[in-house]
Design a protein around this ligand. Structure first.
Ligand SMILES: Cc1ncc(COP(=O)(O)O)c(C=O)c1O
Length: 439
């Protein structure tokens, strides 16, 4: 794809979550992508160390997804999703439900992770309303990322994502985050889970368990730099929720579809929530789509309160279950199965984590946290949070590797199709870039 940064205007496009002025002086554009590699606008080859933004475990531009979307688009480019439908959305919901934990028999389609979170919030409200309960308090966690819509920002525990937006949902209270500065370089789950999960118990005691509607957590906090749940943490949250009629929502937008070497984090940690949000890998990143899965009980409570013939849940998006997204999702689910990609992720995990932890003694590295096919490499700050991370991200790109950074933490999340040689290449490029930064 041709693009000349000299003659094409770069002014009009307002780039999300980016230092626009800095980026436009030194743009980093991708002009094509295939498998684990991308091409930049100067013709360089860039290995994708973060699967885009955790989106593309099956590799960029997978031919089966392109073919499926093309075929769907030749059949219909749009179908109204309220009061009518098309076969692909039913087929995809059935396919996703098959992967979800037992008892999750219903799937609601949206267009992003942020919409999945807003939808989950409304499902929680509808559930308690149907039960005649007056529960309006939500529990989230410091360092949580649940997207950027008003619901997600309200639940956000990432300070910069909230501070310019004061008018968010009221009644959100925060548990402590689970990172412990005395436990650095932990591989897998840290200790001390029960004690941290007891923050929820304290909220029950402070506010009354019957005022709390739901507790939202990412099973592994992703965007904040990979914080695995400490041992016993999710189990204890589940127990407190059960004792108090609180719904437990897992935000599996990143962890869903194999990132931890099994279908969902719920399977890996053996804890089943009441509601699960998904997005990202659902279409291998090819077409925007998210989803919310709910248990039979949540679905029944919401549905059964409606009068016969009435709409059960007053919610939906113009593009819910768009044919292109459903076709991409169905092709992606087939690829996951045919190529055994969840198993492949599980097999590659020890090699990947061994490779990442070789950076442990690097003078630029403050901490490494890794679980499954994701790891956060936190750099020592230079006193200006995010500055060193921004520089590292740009330098890495020109050294031929894309990595998502949050602040000073680089987040590695290789594709599941990556070979050992790709992992070696990533760690080699990261080490070289950190060596150069250290000079
Ligand atoms: C856990 C989690 N929830 C929600 C979102 C929001 O997803 P989106 O950017 O598709 O709106 C993200 C995005 O990174 C995420 O990591």
């Amino acid at each position: 794809m041709a693009f000349d940064v000299q003659s094409n205007s770069m002014e009009e496009f307002w780039i999300p979550f980016t230092d626009n002025k800095g980026f436009k002086k030194d743009p980093r554009l991708i002009t094509s992508a295939s498998g684990v590699y991308m091409t930049d606008h100067k013709g360089g080859t860039v290995i994708d160390g973060s699967s885009g933004l955790f989106c593309s475990p099956a590799g960029h531009s997978h031919p089966k997804i392109i073919e499926a979307v093309h075929e769907a688009m030749q059949t219909f480019t749009y179908v109204a999703p309220f009061g009518s439908g098309h076969p692909l959305s039913f087929a995809l919901a059935e396919r996703v439900a098959r992967l979800l934990p037992e008892d999750f028999n219903h799937v609601f389609f949206v267009n992003s992770g942020s919409e999945a979170i807003d939808t989950a919030l409304k499902m929680v409200m509808a559930y308690h309303s149907a039960l005649g309960c007056d529960r309006s308090r939500f529990v989230s966690r410091e360092r949580a990322y649940h997207g950027v819509n008003i619901g997600g920002v309200s639940l956000s525990g990432m300070v910069n994502n909230r501070k310019t937006f004061p008018s968010v949902m009221p009644n959100v209270v925060m548990m402590r985050h689970t990172w412990d500065e005395d436990e650095l370089f932990v591989r897998g789950q840290p200790e001390r889970g029960v004690e941290l999960a007891n923050d929820l118990q304290r909220m029950v005691e402070n506010y009354g368990g019957n005022t709390i509607a739901a507790c939202f957590v990412e099973p592994v906090a992703g965007s904040t730099g990979i914080l695995a749940p400490p041992k016993g943490y999710l189990e204890r949250l589940r127990q407190i929720c059960d004792e108090n009629g609180i719904l437990l929502v897992f935000d599996e937008v990143i962890t869903g579809f194999g990132r931890l070497g099994d279908k969902f984090a719920a399977d890996v940690f053996g804890v089943t929530p009441d509601i699960m949000t998904m997005a990202k890998a659902l279409t291998n990143g090819s077409i925007p789509m998210g989803a919310v899965g709910v248990t039979e009980r949540v679905y029944d409570v919401i549905s059964d309160q409606a009068a016969p013939g009435a709409i059960e849940f007053f919610h939906g998006y113009t593009y819910s279950g768009h044919p292109a997204a459903c076709a991409a999702g169905l092709a992606t689910m087939a690829i996951f199965e045919e190529e055994g990609l969840f198993e492949r992720a599980a097999e590659m995990t020890p090699y990947f984590l061994d490779a990442v932890y070789t950076l442990k003694d690097h003078p630029m590295v403050k901490d490494i946290r890794g679980i499954g096919m994701m790891a956060g490499v936190e750099l020592k700050s230079n006193g200006k949070p995010g500055q060193r991370g921004g520089r590292a991200q740009s330098d890495l790109f020109w050294n031929g590797m894309h990595v998502k950074f949050t602040g000073d933490t680089g987040i590695l999340a290789p594709m599941f199709i990556a070979e050992k040689s790709h992992i070696d290449e990533m760690i080699g490029k990261l080490t070289k870039t950190l060596d150069e930064l250290a000079v």
